[in-house]
Every structure is written in C-alpha cells, then in structure tokens.
Write a protein that binds this ligand. Structure first.
Ligand code: PEP
Length: 250
C-alpha cells in the first residue's frame, strides 16, 4: 500500500509571515494519522521551515537544484547546500522550468541524478500541453518525459523518486483533469515504470496529480486508485485551503 503524499509548490510566492501562519494551522492537521506532507517554499525560507517543522510530520522540499555541486552558476543552488538546509525533497522538471527556462529532458535527468547522489528525493514532473492532448499525443509525450527523466538509474534510485503528473493545461488555470483522465494517465505512467524498472519498483513509486487541485476536488482526486497524492500550487498558499487538502489525503 503506497502512502499518500501532498506537496505544496509555493513557486515564487510566500513570505516569512505566510510560513508562520500556514504552519500554525497546518501542524495540527499533520499528526500521526496524516498523509505525508511536503512544503516547497522559495529557498530563502528553507532553514526557517526546517526549524519550525522539527518533530512534526511535515517535510522540507525545494523547487529547483543545479546539476553541478559548485561553481560559477550565478543565482543557482547546489544539492549539498540544499541538504545542509534540511531539504529532503526537490521538484524537478516542472513545466514552468521546462517552458520558461528551456530545461531539456537531459538536464532534468542530470538534476535527478545529482539529487539522488546527495540523498534528496526527486519529485519528477511530467505533463502535456493542451495542444499535445488535443492532437492525441499526450500519452507519448508523458511516457517520453518519464523515460528520459529516469534513464540509467538503478532500481533502488528509481524507487526513491516520486512522479507528478501535471497536465500543463491544468496548472494555474482552474481547469482540472477529470479524475478519470488523471487516473488513466497514472495507470499509463505506472505501466511504463514497470518496463523501465520492475513491477516491484513501479508498485512502490508514488504518482501525484497536479493541476488546479483545490478543496472542492481534492477528495475525489485523492481517492482514485492510481492517484497517490497531489502537487498543489495556488491552493497551497491559502491557509483556509491547504490544510484541508492535506486532510482530504489523510
Ligand atoms: C503546480 O504549479 O505545480 C500546480 C499544480 O499549480 P496549481 O495547483 O496552481 O495548478
């Protein structure tokens, strides 16, 4: 049985005071009975988050990492430094990084490798654009991103990854994939994981859904057989929404 995981992607939003206020409400929702919870705030908040969640079930995530571990890469953050800040998880392959920062599948795969080497669990995002879905290419696009993102890793390393299926047309748009659309793509992803790794590894890997998850749709999405959790953007910044989404996954 795979545990449910609800992860917050704050993107370039949030503040020290939002972190304090969110944790005041969220910590009581994140007890023994709760699903796994990960918060991925901007990097400057990581150390404060780490301190504040000590002794709770909430875990610390980053939104990005560089492939190299040091050097002349102005503005970037290395995996060892993230680790020092207490980071346990890191998002890679988010469509905003793929599209706005031109990140290739190969670069994303190399980031995943760097994270695994430094004991940080990758949340590998995959997902198709509206055009790709409408032209019927969505399955091929997602399977290719997955294959390239996880290529060349040992089974043990693959099993430490989490996959997030995030159709681009559903991110920040208020348009959610139907539970059936999401569940069906998750089944395709799991089948692909079986051939990439093994059925044992595929059975272990959590596959999250992301794309306009909110308080209203969280329960139905999170109770689909193939949906093991959610990656939440906009609603993860709302104190009256994110704790309830965690409750829906618990
Ligand atoms: C995201 O950016 O990962 C995301 C899922 O955003 P939203 O929930 O706002 O659609």
């Amino acid at each position: 049985m795979r545990a449910k995981l609800v992860a917050a992607n704050w993107k370039m939003n949030g503040s020290f005071s939002l972190l304090d206020n969110m944790l005041d409400v969220l910590i009581p929702y994140s007890g023994e009975e709760s699903c796994q919870v990960v918060i991925c705030p901007p990097n400057v908040l990581l150390s404060s988050l780490k301190k504040a969640v000590e002794g709770t079930k909430i875990e610390v995530g980053a939104q990005n990492v560089h492939t190299e571990i040091s050097g002349a890469f102005t503005g970037e953050t290395s995996a060892p430094l993230l680790k020092e800040c207490g980071v346990q998880w890191c998002i890679v392959g988010h469509s905003e990084r793929r599209v706005l920062f031109d990140e290739s599948d190969e670069f994303i795969r190399n980031k995943t490798e760097t994270l695994l080497k430094h004991g940080i669990r990758p949340i590998l995002c995959v997902g198709e654009s509206l055009e790709q879905r409408e032209s019927g290419n969505h399955e091929e696009v997602v399977v290719t991103q997955l294959r390239k993102g996880l290529s060349g890793f040992a089974a043990d390393d693959q099993s430490r990854c989490v996959v997030a299926y995030e159709p681009i047309w559903a991110i920040g748009t208020g348009k959610t994939a139907t539970p059936e659309q999401a569940n069906s793509m998750h089944s395709i992803i799991r089948k692909e994981l079986e051939s990439l790794a093994s059925s044992e590894v595929a059975e272990k890997i959590q596959i999250l859904y992301g794309g306009s998850v909110n308080v209203e749709n969280a329960k139905i999405l999170l109770t689909q057989s193939e949906i093991d959790g959610a990656l939440v953007g906009g609603a993860s910044l709302k104190i009256d929404a994110f704790p309830q989404i965690v409750a829906a996954g618990s």
